[in-house]
Write a protein that binds this ligand. Structure first.
Ligand code: PLP
Length: 452
């Protein structure tokens, strides 16, 4: 296997930092891996791409496959400060060498992490609870809101996705809409997707708030749970004023507001550390995941002292590995790198270039119906017809396959699977952005004939 692999990769630079000898032998035969995955890893999410990508290494904004080929990774919002960032890797290694344990002890790394994380939030958000994932964070947030208010109902936005636990399926229209099953369940109310491009209300914030108020009147909610830019729903940012108006309506009805920042947090939007700040709201509870540990399992709930007190009197919370020292060491390194490499400002700058380039592509490719988002959280809505906005779902799938052949990894989101999502590691450079745009230009020209 090693010989085959080396001869396919004659240029040692293609392999970046990873020498062939460091890749485990089990990771060197794609056919064998695919066979074993089918046999033992079920039920698994289907793999991206018709011909699955067999990755063995990552560096910065790039992934490397088993043939030594580099791909620009435009969709990995987990490797937030870059694949294999040396500061994160050495922080993980140093803490693992010293100690990893459950969270029943007084431990400096955990407490320092909670302090540093809390300091990134506006007042009064100052109490941190640590979990292993974004799903666990959302599950905990809902329990907190229900315990604190003594109510059961939750308001969510249509096509939102909040996680994979049993408690979250009923608040994730992205899941139950697709499954075509039973819908949200009796204690959940689904508010209209505040989509400025396809939505009914366009930029009319007050009318949208009236929709939220109607649901509140129907059943007094424990919480209004939302993303400030919806990822799975198709990279959709509520129009200015929508969220603030929805908060006012929800709070008027006595609900707590929960911002799910699992996808849009940690400076990705460029203008702010947290996407809710871009909408002028301060939630009662915030949930975090994905980028928080740069791919190392970690999640968090951040709330106010008042909500934390109300929750703790109602129930004790324990999570064996949530916030273990190794995960917290990774979390601390992520905060350090964000600060020292000024990645939020960088995301704003590179994201602005990327968005301008995509908007320019739209002048030449009629398949682009809408370019949207903030910072390095962008979406490109592909349509068959700009007038009707009919989604170009099949063409979008071809774009993703052709881009991969051209060395750029993209993926699709949204109710119709026609929105290219662009959420690269935050270290993406301007040169990388130019490469991505040139590739997309070529690929869109290749599929252009499907548009009318
Ligand atoms: N919330 C949002 C907005 C997400 O996109 C996801 C995952 O895709 C989750 C929560 C769940 O996070 P995890 O998969 O880490 O449990």
């Amino acid at each position: 296997d090693i010989d085959v692999w080396e001869s396919i990769s004659p240029d040692p630079n293609l392999l970046l930092r990873i020498p062939v000898s460091h890749v485990p032998a089990r990771d060197r035969s794609k056919q064998e891996l695919a066979r074993r995955r089918r046999a033992n890893l079920a039920p698994a999410l289907s793999l991206s791409y018709a011909d699955p990508l067999h990755i063995v290494a990552g560096d910065g904004a790039y992934l490397v496959d088993a043939d030594g080929r580099r791909y620009l990774d435009l969709v990995n919002n987990v490797a937030h400060v870059g694949h294999g960032h040396p500061r994160v890797v050495s922080a993980l290694a140093a803490q693992a060498e010293l100690l990893n344990t459950n969270t029943r002890y007084l431990h400096g790394t955990i407490i320092e992490y909670a302090r540093r994380l809390a300091a990134t939030f506006p007042d009064p958000l100052s109490v941190v609870m640590l979990t292993n994932s974004g799903s666990e964070a959302n599950d905990l947030a809902l329990r907190m809101a229900r315990t604190a208010t003594g109510r059961e109902h939750v308001l969510v936005l249509d096509w939102a996705y909040h996680g994979n636990l049993g408690s979250l399926v009923e608040v994730s229209p992205y899941k139950f809409n697709r499954a075509g099953g039973d819908g949200p369940g009796p204690r959940v109310r689904v508010c209209e997707l505040p989509d400025p491009y396809r939505g009914r209300y366009g930029a009319d914030g007050p009318r949208y708030a009236a929709d939220v108020a109607t649901h509140c009147a129907d059943a007094p909610p424990a919480a209004f749970l939302h993303e400030s830019i919806l990822g799975c729903a198709g990279q959709i940012e509520p129009a200015p004023g929508h969220l603030a108006a929805a908060y006012a309506a929800a709070r008027e009805a006595g609900a707590l507001c929960i911002a799910d920042e699992v996808q849009c947090g940690f400076g990705r939007v460029g203008s702010h550390m947290w996407a809710f700040e871009a909408h002028g709201v301060i939630p009662d509870i915030v949930t975090l995941g994905k980028p928080i540990g740069n791919g190392h399992p970690l999640g968090a709930v951040v709330t106010t002292p008042a909500v934390a007190r109300a929750f703790q009197t109602g129930m004790e919370y324990f999570n064996t590995y949530g916030g273990n020292p190794v995960s917290c060491a990774a979390g601390l390194a992520v905060l350090d790198v964000l600060r020292d490499e000024r990645l939020m400002a960088h995301a704003a700058e590179v994201g602005t270039c990327l968005a301008a380039g995509l908007t320019e592509l739209a002048t030449r490719h009629s398949i682009i119906g809408d370019v949207r988002g903030r910072g390095l959280f962008l979406g490109v809505d592909l349509v068959e017809d700009r007038a009707t906005k009919r989604p170009a779902t099949e063409a979008a799938a071809r774009v993703v396959e052709l881009a991969r052949e051209g060395g750029v990894l993209l993926s699709l989101d949204g109710p119709h699977g026609n929105v290219l999502k662009i959420k690269p590691p935050m270290v993406l450079t301007r040169a990388d952005a130019e490469t991505a745009l040139a590739t997309l230009d070529r690929v869109l020209a290749m599929v252009g004939d499907v548009t009318t």
